[in-house]
Ligand binder design. Structure first.
Ligand code: PLP
Length: 390
């Protein structure tokens, strides 16, 4: 039986810190706090070196493009977060969260970052921690893709893999228990807690949303997938402030409990969750759409075949939601040609053995009692053993 009680002190501490961090002006420029919160730091001291590394890392962050797609009734735009430095929407989240924690003094030269993530957040943390000279221990589970596990083991001295399922049949609670245990054992451990950390929402408010706001005179709809809720919390707030009347559509995966759905085993990582993330309280959401995994596969494959974009699972999920929303009568929902943006969290490479593998896609469809469109009408192979989700 998994218990959450051991996480309580960590959560309480985070909450105190978050209150402080959210009082920071979102407009405070880069390194606003570097000179404000502390006495001058010698650049040759360990702390000074950490600040210098932060500074040069920030300059390497760049901004992923927004591209227009051919669509009949819409001006449709995709923001390609897979073109971030490490490869996903989690880059900014990881960098800005670390930056805020360093500026507050929660993370110092000797800190060890411990986080439960088998996906893009772990990859981003692994890269930024390496660059900052910090130790990082990812806590992963058997659902991690081979590609990601290889990358994490290659760059982190310690990777902890839990194998015991929790009371929901998944691994999330077991992973969080392990994080709590490591934080108790390791002096100077720091747990970012990506499901609750307001610095992450702040990162998307400052970076991801700022790029969108700077690219449009008017935006009518934004479709954003939800996993930890960090992206939608930060981006929706900024878009509501800037674009009058914008509709924010949150997109969730079938089998996720985030918006009250029944839990079910999911095979495609990224969107959806088996817990309701605390960050969601900060999101401004007008509508919620739920997309099945079969629709996700279809969405991904349509993005390649019609638009030449080779993107990850959650991009296909969100694209499928856009397609369904504007199909038929939806085509005239607002104005003649509304400006519609959807966020694409990562690229397709990690999904080659699943979403882009015909056998896997047929196995998935057979599991859901459907045949995915875009595949030859071969007999569904129920016996196919899927590689674990990408
Ligand atoms: C591929 C992918 N898509 C979507 C998301 C969801 O974004 P968020 O956690 O900000 O809600 C994530 C989060 O890790 C992701 O890795």
């Amino acid at each position: 039986m998994t218990r959450f009680s051991s996480l309580a002190p960590l959560l309480r501490r985070r909450r105190r810190l978050q209150c402080f961090c959210f009082e920071l002006s979102p407009d405070s420029g880069p390194f606003h706090m570097l000179h404000e919160d502390s006495a001058p730091v010698s650049s040759s001291s360990p702390r000074g070196k950490l600040f210098q590394r932060l500074r040069s890392l920030e300059q390497s962050l760049g901004s992923p493009p927004i591209v227009q797609l051919d669509a009949r009734h819409l001006n449709l735009f995709a923001k390609l977060e897979g073109q971030n430095l490490v490869g996903s929407v989690k880059d900014r989240a990881a960098y800005w969260m670390l930056r805020a924690a360093i500026l507050r003094g929660d993370v110092t030269e000797g800190s060890t970052i411990v986080e439960s993530s088998s996906g893009n957040f772990a990859l981003a943390l692994a890269y930024f921690c390496k660059q900052l000279g910090l130790r990082f221990i990812p806590v992963i589970d058997p659902n991690v893709s081979r590609l990601y596990e290889t990358r994490l083991r290659g760059s982190c001295a310690t990777v902890v893999k839990v194998t015991e399922r929790d009371d929901t049949g998944g691994f999330l609670k077991t992973r969080l228990e392990k994080v709590a245990e490591l934080c108790r054992e390791i002096p100077g451990a720091f747990w970012p807690n990506q499901y609750e950390n307001l610095d992450i929402a702040d990162a998307h408010y400052r970076c991801t949303a700022k790029e969108i706001v700077g690219s449009f005179q008017q935006l009518d709809y934004a479709f954003i997938g939800v996993g930890t809720g960090g992206t939608i919390a930060g981006v929706s707030r900024a878009l509501k402030e800037r674009f009058r009347g914008i509709t924010i559509v949150a997109v969730d995966a079938e089998g996720s409990v985030i918006f009250g759905g029944a839990p079910r085993k999911r095979h495609i990582p990224g969107l959806g969750s088996s817990i309701v993330p605390g960050l969601l309280r900060h999101a401004h959401i007008d509508e919620v759409m739920t997309v099945s995994e079969v629709e996700t596969v279809r969405g991904c494959r349509e993005l390649v075949s019609r638009h030449g974009l080779f993107l990850g699972g959650s991009s296909g999920t969100v694209f499928a939601a856009v397609s369904r929303y504007f199909a038929g009568e939806g085509a005239t929902r607002r104005g003649a040609r509304p400006n519609v943006l959807f966020l694409c969290p990562d690229g397709g490479k990690a999904y080659q053995s699943t979403i882009y593998n015909d056998d896997w896609a047929r196995w998935l469809a057979a599991n859901h009692g459907e045949r995915p469109c875009g595949l030859p009408a071969a007999q569904a192979r129920r016996t196919f053993q899927p590689a674990l989700a990408a």
